[in-house]
Every structure is written in structure tokens, then in C-alpha cells.
Design a protein. Structure first.
Length: 370
């Protein structure tokens, strides 16, 4: 029999502490989905699955086991509003990371209210299994801390409902305990398994396709994702590919005056702004210290409006930096290049030259390639 040494025990504790403090997976997971052309489909699936939560409580209003009293019905109405708000956040674009966290909390509170509103506690107990669905979303997109909150809420509600069922003189003790056990295992096991999978998947992605600081794609993944974007161009209303080169102004000065921690915070914050204020299927990558690339199926005027908006948004953010942006576009029907790589390289070179023109003009502006 092998006993764990004190050093090994401390090592295990440290690994768990690192896992507990691990940041959420939102940025790199959205980038991963975008790189593979899955972002829109997954986003709409999340919106639809969230909205489908409403079928159970509204159908149960027609059942004697469902919400009967005024307070119970009011709880269903509040839950409906919370779930609709959570679903709407994914209807048109990926929300900001913070709003995604709010969405998860709203869905959890809504689920708890619905389960507690049922007249028959066994029905509510079975409904607690939906916490596992929410836990799956949190596992792939957010942190262990938020997952713990979700699992704790689910188990608390399930325990309250099981206690109510056991106090019912008509209740069957063995059956109630069996239902509680199945629901508790479902709430715990499925999200925990998904979280471990997401943890190791994230480790692989961060060493291959993504920038470890910002969670954005790296240069190699940018080419692959843009190639995939071009493969979907036939179904796009635009026949242009536009590339934006974004470079933060005087980033070295920010690092020198406020320290590298402030610089890293600016890089992470700007990365989120770029993801949140570009098209759902746009490819966003960090390709240098303070350089970012964006590729999108957009005509020149749309790309220029996007560049102008990004300059204003970055300036308004609290990161003490501005951006110079170069824009280059190509007609996908008329361009002379024989392969995608040559086209992408050409647009990157043009956007890079235009970006330096913007810097020489004083920064905090964009320039378009001729």
C-alpha cells in the first residue's frame, strides 16, 4: 500500500488551488468556435436551449402538480423574464464575457424559482436536473468558481424539495431518496466531467492555436480560420475580404509608466473589445506584442466604419491607450491571386502599411490601403 507523502499532498493542494484560480474559458472558446466556423450555430443553439427552459413551467401551469398559488405563479413570471433576458443575450451576437456570467446566474436563479414553485415537490426535484444543462455551459465557457456556485444552488434546491417530499405524509421515503440521489448525481457528475474535459482541451488549445494571455487566435490559427472564412464566402452577401491591422499606440510607454501588469490588462481588455465589436464570424487574432489582426467578409466601406468605431471604443475604454488601424480589402471575384494564402498575405501587408501611415499621422485613427 502506497501512502501519499506530505510533499505530494502539498503538491495536490497547489494544483487544486491553481485550478480554482484558473480564469474562465470564454475568450478562447469563442475564438475556437469562430476559427472553425461554428460560432453562429453554437450561439443560436445556446439561445434556443435557454429559451426551451420555459416549456416546462408554462406547461406545468396546466397541471395540478404545477404552480397553483399567486406567489408560485409570480415566481414563474419572474423566472420567465430572467430566462428570456438570458436567451436574448445570445440572439444576435456573442455577449461580453461579463454579460455571459450574468446570463448564467439569471438562468440559475430562474431554474431555482421554477423548481420551488411546483405544488408537487417530486416534480420540482426532477426539474432540478436542468441545473446540469446550465453546468455544461459553464464548464465550457466559465470558471470553476462559477460552476461551484451553480452546483451549490442546484443541490440546495434539490435538498429543500426532497425534504418537503419526505415531510409529506403521503410521500414514499425510498422512492424520494432514490430520485434525490439520481438528481444529485446528475447535477454533479455531468458538469464536473465537462469541466475536466474543457480544462484539458483549453490546455491543448493554448499551446497550439491561441495566445495564452488574451485567448485570441495566434498567427498560424489566423491563416487557417481566414481560409475557412473564405470557404464560406459564397453564402455571404459581401464579395469582399477585408483585413484590419490594429496596433496599440505608445504601448511601450504604458508598460514603462504603469508596469507590465497594466500592459497585460490593456491587451486583454482590448482583445475583448475587438471580439465584442466585430461581426460574429470575424476572425480576430493577436499576432505580435501589441498587434492584432481582424479578417471579415466585409466591403471596404463597412471595414472602414468598423475601424473608425474600434478607434473610438478603445480610446473611451479605461486602458490608457489608443489604436492605429490599417484597412485593406480585396474583391473576391476580381483579385489576381491563385490561392488563399497569397491573398491573405497581400492584405496583411497592405493593412500593415496603412496602419503605419495612421501612426505617422499621429495615431488614434485609421487609414485605408489604396
Amino acid at each position: 500500500m502506497r501512502f501519499e507523502s506530505a510533499g505530494e499532498a502539498r503538491g495536490t493542494g497547489l494544483r487544486f488551488a491553481d485550478y480554482w484560480r484558473e480564469p474562465d474559458h470564454y475568450a478562447w472558446m469563442v475564438g475556437y468556435l469562430r476559427a472553425r466556423g461554428l460560432a453562429t450555430r453554437v450561439r443560436l443553439l445556446i439561445a434556443g436551449a435557454t429559451a426551451s427552459y420555459l416549456f416546462l413551467p408554462w406547461s406545468m401551469l396546466l397541471s395540478a402538480a404545477g404552480p397553483r398559488g399567486p406567489w408560485q405563479r409570480a415566481a414563474v413570471m419572474v423566472a420567465t423574464g430572467a430566462v428570456l433576458l438570458a436567451s436574448a443575450s445570445f440572439a444576435t451576437n456573442w455577449p461580453a464575457r461579463r454579460w455571459s456570467v450574468v446570463r448564467a446566474v439569471l438562468a440559475g436563479v430562474g431554474t431555482a424559482l421554477v423548481c420551488l414553485s411546483y405544488t408537487d415537490p417530486i416534480v420540482g426535484l426532477v426539474g432540478c436536473a436542468t441545473f446540469a444543462m446550465l453546468g455544461g455551459y459553464i464548464a465550457f465557457f466559465h470558471s470553476l468558481r462559477l460552476q461551484t456556485l451553480n452546483l451549490g444552488l442546484g443541490l440546495l434546491v434539490a435538498t429543500v424539495l426532497a425534504s418537503r417530499a419526505l415531510m409529506d405524509t403521503r410521500g414514499e421515503v425510498i422512492a424520494t431518496l432514490n430520485v434525490y440521489l439520481v438528481v444529485a448525481v446528475t447535477i454533479l457528475a455531468l458538469p464536473a466531467t465537462a469541466h475536466v474535459l474543457a480544462h484539458f482541451l483549453g490546455g491543448d488549445l493554448n499551446t497550439s492555436d491561441t495566445d495564452p494571455l488574451t485567448g485570441l487566435l495566434n498567427r498560424r490559427a489566423f491563416y487557417r480560420a481566414t481560409h475557412h472564412l473564405l470557404a464560406t464566402a459564397e453564402g455571404s452577401p459581401s464579395r469582399h475580404l477585408s483585413v484590419l491591422m490594429v496596433d496599440l499606440d505608445d504601448f511601450k510607454g504604458l508598460n514603462d509608466s504603469q508596469g507590465h501588469r497594466a500592459g497585460d490588462a490593456a491587451l486583454v481588455g482590448v482583445s475583448r473589445l475587438l471580439v465584442n465589436h466585430t461581426a460574429d464570424d470575424a476572425v480576430v487574432a493577436r499576432v505580435g506584442g501589441e498587434e492584432f489582426l481582424i479578417a471579415d467578409l466585409a466591403d471596404p466601406s463597412s471595414a472602414q466604419r468598423c475601424a473608425s468605431a474600434l478607434c473610438a471604443i478603445i480610446t473611451a475604454a479605461e486602458y490608457d491607450t489608443t489604436a492605429s488601424i490599417g484597412v485593406a480589402s480585396a474583391d473576391l471575384v476580381a483579385h489576381p491571386f491563385t490561392d488563399d494564402r497569397a491573398l491573405i498575405d497581400h492584405l496583411i501587408d497592405q493593412a500593415d502599411t496603412a496602419m503605419y501611415d495612421a501612426k505617422r499621422a499621429g495615431g488614434n485613427q485609421f487609414r485605408s490601403a489604396p
